[in-house]
Ligand binder design. Structure first.
Ligand SMILES: Nc1nc2c(c(=O)[nH]1)N[C@H]1C(S)=C(S)[C@@H](COP(=O)(O)OP(=O)(O)OC[C@H]3O[C@@H](n4cnc5c(=O)[nH]c(N)nc54)[C@H](O)[C@@H]3O)O[C@H]1N2
Ligand SMILES: Nc1nc2c(c(=O)[nH]1)N[C@H]1C(S)=C(S)[C@@H](COP(=O)(O)OP(=O)(O)OC[C@H]3O[C@@H](n4cnc5c(=O)[nH]c(N)nc54)[C@H](O)[C@@H]3O)O[C@H]1N2
Ligand SMILES: [Mo]
Length: 724
């Protein structure tokens, strides 16, 4: 028997791509993690606690491999690191020489450590090699970014979550933080608000776990119609003169134009609750009530979560929510919320991270014509392709109007085949390329298409630092708990070895620790690197909750909003100048395609939404046995829709539309409204020999277009479900 003293406790953290950054303690014995323990204050979720089953999963990629079967078939043979790096370097040089750097497509996201996350290592390498084609548009929340920048002039619009306890009414619009972690403490603060007697209303097509545990009221709404309900709420406030006119006069421009649209002066259609009822499926009296409550209970927190915004015209929903926050005077005050992009604490963007350098392919191209042309709008180069169009761009190239003919794709830390739109088109597109390199931990749907596939370690096998989303005021230090398993390496190590093969000098002249010391020093918050590393966490004690726009509200003379007018722009001249009726200067309800009134609905009558799952982060953790048994992938369908189709709970059903077909288990439930079905995103694309997906990947159904303002529209799609 070995003694307990041989167990070493390593302070580390979960750095997966959700909003939580949960401190963890790894119990390590003889180089093996035997247990993972959470933190008392920042409690890790089920994923962090089951990390061992992911890290030690038998399917981890173990050594470099090259493809031997047809592309996408998933047959590989082992090669050495030298061989694999020589092949990748040779292909990069060949494509650059023959077609130029723009023929290289690079994509990376993945885990969220400040050093190893975000595909930074690869982007730095490719930029030092001369640049590449990349995509634009934030898959998570481009609609919200668009609305925040055009209305407030900045993305930083949130309050820290400890401020939730100050709200008396909380309207959670398409937000399910009981499952979908945005930062580690949110559920705790929501529970505090509930205990203090605040009203919590959830507006969501699904009766979520958040609704079940926290809400006083559930308002089911048809997907993609949120802007109509918000605008009808504005109608009620205007009709009853409940808006905070002093706030509007002092801090905003364009309310008059908005009022003319809402009351019907502009187009002859008053946007009454009766107008919104058949569009949204929400009874007019329910809309009336919520409007009156939001206008009269102060302070009130309205969050416009990103799920509803990942839809056609999702930008309008976000702009409408911001307008209501302004109409009720809830911007810049404790207990309120600006209803924008949500981040409060602006320290991360200021931190000095490993520079990615300049991408010359992007820099050399003129700005995109339809970008907001605002300094904080991310990288508006016309050489970027919207992420929903990359597969089409590969297939159609310059002949199809794209800026480039892509020949080579290099992916690390992302799984675009599974997670971008129109998966079957992705399959077709990737078959056309001359070469594909992928760095991965597992044989993902994307890894399957690699010509050379390199094994990457996990954050428990390297050092990193993390910051949670939304401005939760703490930092985590993820100490390396174990040596890299098998032959795996970090992306940074791999790129460091590739650099000289590409003739690049000075790619990496620092150790990981030197990079991390630099990152930590630049935070301004962390006084002592050693202590931070030893404890694994640094908390910033705030005197009071941080509230975005507090200065602007308290002293408007000296603190204009960072918009062209210095005010909250309910009417935006920048948008008016785009001269595009689909991106109007005031928020409007624009009916989306693939909704219940689309002619396509006669063939495919069910609206499909795909949400983020408690037990996964996207596709990651899907293979963890402890978690898989908890919530098997299934299509959620209301009992009325199920009965009409003869479907019983647990039956295998066929889900299909013109783009794809799937066989999956049905979960018959009252927890989703009739007419809407649900599949969790991140179901692993697993086509059988007939091409029918058996893994439940919703993206096989979703058209590869995007909303006019750039929002990805994962939640705008019609399907049919039938019993088999
Ligand atoms: N556990 C876990 N946490 C995560 C993630 C994860 O994968 N797992 N992913 C992280 C990432 S990267 C992101 S971007 C965020 C995403 O965070 P969100 O975008 O908030 O997450 P979703 O679950 O997609 O959507 C939230 C809710 O919106 C509802 N909804 C969908 N469509 C509509 C609509 O049209 N109208 C209304 N009113 N409601 C609608 C859904 O039913 C769902 O309950 O979560 C982060 N946190
Ligand atoms: N239908 C639908 N689709 C969606 C969404 C939706 O709501 N509905 N949500 C979208 C959103 S919000 C997001 S953020 C995206 C997420 O899209 P992705 O980030 O592409 O999704 P993941 O499945 O997390 O893929 C990350 C991959 O990186 C690997 N990985 C993890 N760590 C590392 C590392 O250090 N190095 C390397 N090289 N690899 C690593 C993992 O094994 C995993 O396969 O999905 C989008 N897709
Ligand atoms: Mo995301």
């Amino acid at each position: 028997m070995r003694s307990k003293s041989e167990v070493k406790i390593v302070p580390t953290a979960c750095l997966h791509d959700c909003g939580g950054r949960c401190p963890l303690k790894g119990h390590v014995k003889e180089g093996v993690i035997i247990r993972i323990e959470g933190d008392e204050r920042y409690r890790a979720c089920l994923r962090g606690r089951s990390l061992r089953q992911r890290v030690y999963h038998p399917d981890r990629l173990k050594y470099p491999m090259k493809r031997v079967g047809a592309r996408g078939e998933g047959r590989f043979e082992r090669i050495s690191w030298d061989q694999s790096l020589d092949i990748i370097a040779g292909e990069l040089k060949r494509v650059k020489a023959n077609h130029g750097n723009s023929a290289i497509l690079y994509g990376g996201s993945g885990n969220a450590g400040l050093l190893h996350g975000g595909g930074r290592a690869g982007y730095r390498l490719i930029n030092m090699f001369g640049g590449c084609t990349t995509s634009w548009g934030n898959v998570s929340n481009e609609g919200s970014i668009f609305a925040s920048i055009s209305t407030y002039g900045t993305m930083w619009t949130g309050n820290t979550r400890d401020d939730l306890a100050n709200s008396r009414l909380l309207i959670l619009w398409g937000w399910n933080p009981a499952d979908t972690i945005w930062d580690t403490g949110t559920s705790f603060y929501l529970a505090q608000a509930k205990e203090a007697g605040s009203r919590i209303v959830c507006v969501d097509p699904r009766y979520t776990n958040t609704t079940a545990t926290l809400a006083t009221q559930w308002i089911p709404i048809l997907p993609g119609t949120d802007a109509a309900m918000l605008i009808a709420m504005a109608y009620v406030m205007i009709r009853d003169n409940l808006q905070d006119q002093r706030f509007l006069d002092t801090y905003t421009i364009g309310f008059d134009q908005f009022r003319d649209y809402v009351t019907g002066v502009e187009d002859g259609v008053p946007k009454t609750p009766q107008w919104a009822e058949p569009i949204t499926g929400v009874p007019a009296p329910t809309i009336e009530n919520l409007a009156r409550e939001y206008a009269t209970i102060k302070p009130a927190f309205l969050i416009a979560s990103w799920g509803p915004g990942r839809s056609a015209y999702g930008e309008q929903y976000h702009r409408a929510a911001i307008t209501l926050a302004a109409m009720t005077g809830n911007v810049g005050i404790h207990g309120g919320n600006a209803a924008g992009w949500e981040w409060a604490y602006a320290s991360t963007p200021d931190m000095t991270r490993m520079p990615v350098g300049k991408n010359r392919v992007l820099a050399d191209a003129p700005p995109r014509k339809d970008s907001l042309a605002h300094p904080s709008a991310p990288n508006p180069s016309s050489a970027r392709i919207h992420g929903s169009k990359v597969w089409d761009a590969i297939l159609e190239g310059k002949a199809g109007g794209y800026p480039v003919d892509i020949k080579l794709a290099y992916f690390m830390g992302s799984n675009p085949v599974n997670q971008l739109l129109n998966t079957n088109k992705a399959v077709e597109a990737l078959k056309k390329l001359e070469f594909i390199a992928v760095h991965e931990q597992f044989m993902s749907a994307t890894a399957r298409f690699a010509d050379v596939l390199l094994p990457v370690n996990t954050f428990l096998e390297r050092e990193d630092v993390g910051v949670p989303w939304l401005g939760a005021p703490y930092y985590v230090y993820a100490n390396k708990a174990i040596e890299s398993l098998y032959e795996s390496k970090s992306d940074l190590e791999i790129c460091t070895e590739l650099a000289p093969r590409l003739g690049i000098e000075g790619y990496n002249d620092k150790t990981d620790e030197e990079w991390l010391r630099e990152i930590v020093a630049s935070s301004n918050d962390i006084p002592n690197y050693e202590e931070f590393k030893r404890k694994g966490i640094h908390r910033v004690e705030l005197e009071e909750a941080l509230v975005s726009f507090k200065k602007q509200i308290e002293d408007p003379e000296n603190n204009p909003f960072p918009t062209p007018s210095g005010k909250i722009e309910i009417y935006s001249q920048l948008l008016a100048d785009l001269n595009n009726p689909e991106v109007p200067p005031i928020p409007k309800y624009i009916e989306a395609w693939e909704g219940p009134r689309d002619p396509l609905a006669t063939k495919y009558p069910l609206q499909l939404i795909s949400t983020h799952l408690k037990r996964r982060v996207h596709t990651q953790f899907d293979n963890v046995p402890w978690l898989r048994d908890l919530e098997p992938q299934a299509v959620g369908i209301n009992s009325i829709d199920a009965q009409a189709r003869g479907i019983c709970n647990g039956d295998e059903v066929r889900v299909f539309n013109d783009l794809g077909e799937m066989i999956i288990r049905a979960e018959v439930t009252e927890r989703i409204m009739p007419g809407v079905v649900h599949l969790a995103e991140g179901g692993v694309f697993s086509p059988d020999e007939r091409g029918i997906d058996r893994g439940g990947c919703p993206n096989i159904f979703i058209r590869d277009r995007h909303s006019p303002g750039g929002a990805y529209y994962y939640n705008t799609v019609l399907v049919q479900v039938e019993k088999i």
